[in-house]
Design a protein. Sequence first.
Length: 182
Amino acid sequence: MSNKTSKGRSPEPTQGRTRYRHWYCVKNTSLKKYADEVNDLNEMAKHRPHAALVAGIQQENRHLRDLQQENRELRAALEEQQNALELIMSKYRQQITKLAHSSQIDLTKLYNKKYTEIIIDQAIKISEMTHIMGKAVQADEDSILKTEEEIHQLATENKGLRELLAISSKHNPISLINEPYT
């Protein structure tokens, strides 16, 4: 069994039919307004002479053509302005990109310069330390040589004294025992 009435339509309007009815009502209302306005204009036109109406229409046509021409000129000017603005913005973006790139290079140069200065300062300090350490090593070597010379002199002197002692003890063996060392 279907839900249709005796006329073959559904008892409740569907959504599509509701929209159609709404559109139909709006269209009828608009058409009625349009028809009323045309009738009003025709009534006014009956009171004016035909030549005056034609002249008025021609004047309005000229005015409309002038407005259309002005509209075309304004559109062309607007398009030209937009193209010029687009070109300017393109150049601006290129300049900003170039500036950003050069700034990065400058930062790299600054970092390199800073590190170069640090390296130079450290190289100078290392050179100074090497010089000081060289002097210290030289002083140590001089001290060692001096000590070795003193040891050698003392050894030579000791040897000489022992030889003298040996000679002296050969010739006078008893005198050394009784005499104290001076």
